[in-house]
Design a protein around this ligand. Structure first.
Ligand code: GLY
Length: 360
């Protein structure tokens, strides 16, 4: 099965996303067709290299292996990638390909956007998280020690190949992390401006078992729908001046939790789901949403095995990080909160209000 969708940024910038369960042989052919006139630098995660380098037709010479983990998304690795591109003799006509999860996609995309002021970039996400979120929409970045994605660009890929066969070897923790981002879309569906007869919130409620069992058709359908929502948002607001901020539902607290735990306690999706539980609670307490929607929402998250965070963290530390978030201004913390069924809005909280909200 194959689904193809388009992300249209403007009249001169659009690209296609393929989502399929085709064989690796087929994928190799497609990549070859797409890049046959180009020199390639392939940035691949170490885990993916071990599992799939035999299945993928890239020569060892063109592969740069990136060790796994968020902490590898740093300027030292960025510079190594740039050196490698230069050694391979890549020019403006050539391409950088990311094969891996969000970390690989972000750093390779940042390298592609800055090498010779920008060369072609192809995303081949191998995790659910990267497939439904980071491989699409053009956010590229590297981190500084205490600030995630603080150096980066908006730079759209030329093409995204999503092959769900990669997800077969994804461990449960990483799969659940991707589901965290999938669930996020259920709460923002109405804001996205994507006209469809498909209803994610209800579908996720009904098809939980199939999705948890990685049933291929269900996976493809869910990935396709999430990306249609994302494409709709990004085409209206590529640079996150307004609407795109809704994609950060759950991320204000989520990023803060990841940062204070130095990225080694929670996966990204798990941290985002803690953030979603938190804003649901906040929205219900402040009468932004009804009790029945609050309950349905909590039930959806718990059906997938998630539960609210037990607050054992120092709120001051979390607030310190939230104040430095790119979306906050110098005084206030920006929070995306549910304001209706499947609908969210942006609010600003003072650090004191946030401290109060974080109290158990
Ligand atoms: N991951 C959020 C965005 O792409 O805007």
């Amino acid at each position: 099965m194959r689904q193809t969708l388009k992300v249209k940024i403007d009249d001169t910038n659009e690209y296609m996303i393929d989502i399929s369960d085709s064989s690796f042989e087929e994928l190799n052919k497609e990549i070859y067709e797409y890049t046959r006139t180009q020199k390639r630098l392939v940035v691949m995660s170490k885990k993916v290299y071990k599992l799939y380098s035999q299945d993928l037709n890239f020569s060892d010479e063109e592969i740069f292996i990136l060790p796994d983990g968020e902490r590898e998304k740093n300027y030292k690795n960025y510079l190594k990638i740039m050196h490698r591109a230069f050694e391979l003799g890549l020019t403006r006509q050539d391409v950088i390909i990311a094969v891996g999860g969000g970390v690989v996609g972000d750093i390779a995309g940042f390298a592609a956007s800055t090498y010779m002021r920008g060369i072609d970039f192809i995303q081949i996400p191998t995790t659910l998280l990267a497939a439904v979120d980071s491989s699409v929409g053009g956010k590229t970045a590297i981190d500084l020690d205490f600030s995630k994605n603080i150096i980066g660009t908006f730079y759209q890929p030329k093409k995204v190949f999503i092959n769900i066969n990669f997800l077969k070897t994804l461990d449960n923790k990483q799969f659940m992390s991707g589901l965290g981002e999938v669930l996020k879309y259920a709460f923002i569906e109405e804001n996205c401006g994507y006209d469809s007869q498909f209803f994610l919130f209800e579908y996720l409620t009904l098809c939980c078992d199939k999705l948890l069992n990685k049933e291929p058709l269900t996976l493809i359908r869910v990935i396709e729908y999430c990306l249609n929502l994302k494409a709709s948002v990004v085409s209206k607001d590529e640079k996150e001046a307004g609407l795109r901020k809704i994609l950060n539902l759950g991320h204000t607290l989520g990023h803060a939790l990841e940062t204070v735990t130095k990225y080694n306690k929670f996966t990204h999706g798990q941290a985002v789901v803690y953030g979603i539980f938190f804003v649901l609670e906040w929205a219900y307490k402040h009468e932004y949403i009804t009790y029945s929607y609050y309950k349905l929402s909590q039930e959806l998250l718990t059906k997938y095995g998630f539960s609210p965070l037990k607050m054992t963290f120092n709120p001051d530390k979390l607030i310190e990080v939230m104040k430095k978030d790119k979306k906050s201004d110098s005084e206030n913390i920006t929070l995306i909160v549910p304001c209706n069924k499947k609908c969210v809005k942006e609010i600003k909280l003072t650090p004191i209000d946030m401290e109060y909200a974080l109290k158990p």
